[in-house]
Design a binder for this molecule. Structure first.
Ligand SMILES: [Zn+2]
Length: 421
């Protein structure tokens, strides 16, 4: 089946046609797509993931949009399984309850609820919960775990129907999906429709300043359509009858932004955190095209360095494996010039072992193979967990193996620590 992809011609936040390409990247296949044979995997279609910036409002974004039915329909990422996420969600639920102070039994709606992990702590506290997510397998897990879930993409007609059926929500959350929606205007209108007059909307998204500082190339794939910063968001929310009242940075995913939003004219004051990040962004010139072009130049440098390293190892007959069949794998391999260098990827996910990664056709083997095969180098593709992977695989290092860390700079780690490149 052909995947439908389109190219937006205007900014996702303000509609301006003045969008400029600032980071050139290699096209990649859809992530989280594992097939049962290598040939089918290699034939997977690739789509651009270049990064653009709006010269009008400064929003940094991708303009190549994959039909959400293909992007999410067979999605097999479960947030409850991701390391550290259940704890993070529990903590976030407590923060949201503290900020919104919802009356007992209030309605909490999570947009992009995945397997219901964020809503479970709310349900345990006696709140009514409702999830919305188009990924069928994840939604089924949520329902089986007792979290009512609409298996659908959030849309204005759906938001109206949910409001009519369940009443207004005291808390609406959209963790990560705020970066995942193409039509953010409609998403904002959905939030406004769902929220009670004193309700609060919370979102989490990767923060542009952290993407630039950490050179987080691994987070640039089709699902991440927006790379948010505070200044463009404040104006965008205002146009949609919403107001950003708090904006905090969190270490999750190597740098996220957690926003708290009320209906425009709500009773809460705009917090110091919003002013502080606006000042930081002005100081760092995050809204300037040159800043993003500089980031693009840094990505090119890292690609050249990594590709040269991989080419040298291949000439020397070294064996190279990948560690972690992560969502970021195909983009790291493509953007850092590692195509053709990695023989196999080790991972223990039951739905991935024995399959092939889309695009490169690299087989996925159980992690036990790392010690059996002892590759000279194991490139960490599950970049978020690099430190834990290194600590958890001392045996491999002690026996002469090396881990390769890709972000923010290429590093090689051996049994005695970093090795000179
Ligand atoms: Zn714009």
């Amino acid at each position: 089946m052909a995947v439908k992809a389109t190219r937006r011609m205007t900014c996702r936040l303000c509609g301006s046609p003045k969008v400029e390409r600032v980071v050139d990247l290699a096209p990649i296949p859809l992530s989280e797509n594992y097939t049962t044979d290598a040939e089918t995997a290699k034939r997977a279609e690739r789509f651009p993931v270049d990064v653009y910036m709006c010269a009008e409002c400064g929003h940094v974004q991708q303009l190549d949009v994959i039909d959400p039915e293909y992007l999410w329909g067979s999605y097999t990422y479960y947030s409850g399984e991701a390391k550290g996420m259940p704890e993070h969600f529990r903590e976030m639920a407590e923060r949201m309850i503290a900020a919104a102070a919802p009356p007992a039994g209030s309605l909490v709606i999570d947009i992009g609820s995945n397997d219901g992990s964020l809503l479970r702590p709310f349900r345990e506290r006696g709140f009514r919960v409702l999830g919305v997510d188009p990924a069928r397998a994840a939604a089924e897990r949520a329902i089986a775990a007792g979290v009512p879930t609409e298996t659908a993409l959030m849309s204005l007609p759906l938001a109206r129907r949910l409001r009519d059926a369940h009443g207004p929500a005291q808390i609406v959350s959209a963790f990560n999906v705020f970066a995942h929606a193409d039509d953010l205007g409609e998403m904002a209108d959905c939030v406004r429709t769902l929220l009670a007059s004193e309700g609060l909307f919370f979102f989490e998204a990767q923060y542009l300043a952290d993407i630039i500082d950490g050179v987080l190339i691994a987070t640039i794939f089709h699902e991440h359509m927006s790379h948010h910063s505070v200044a463009p968001l404040v104006r965008f929310l205002d146009r949609h009858g919403l107001e950003l009242i708090a904006a905090e940075r969190a270490p999750i995913q190597h740098g996220s932004l957690i926003g708290t939003v009320q209906l425009k004219g709500g009773s809460r004051p705009v917090g110091e955190s919003v002013r502080a990040l606006l000042a930081l962004e002005a100081d760092r010139r995050l809204g300037a095209l040159e800043t993003l072009r500089g980031f693009g130049a840094k990505v090119r440098q890292i690609r050249e360095r990594t590709a040269a390293l991989a080419a040298r190892w291949m000439r020397e007959g070294r064996s190279i494996a990948g560690f972690g069949a992560a969502r970021s794998g195909p983009t790291l391999i493509a953007q850092l010039g590692l195509a053709g260098a990695i023989d196999y990827i080790v991972d223990d996910h039951p739905q991935k072992v024995g399959r092939y990664q889309s695009g490169d056709g690299i087989p996925i083997l159980p992690t036990a193979e790392l010690l059996k095969r002892m590759p000279d180098y194991a490139v960490i593709l599950a970049w978020v967990h690099a430190q834990k992977i290194i600590e958890g695989n001392r045996d491999y290092l002690d026996r002469g193996g090396h881990f390769v860390v890709l972000c923010p700079e290429t590093r090689i780690v051996g049994k005695d620590g970093d090795v000179a490149i």
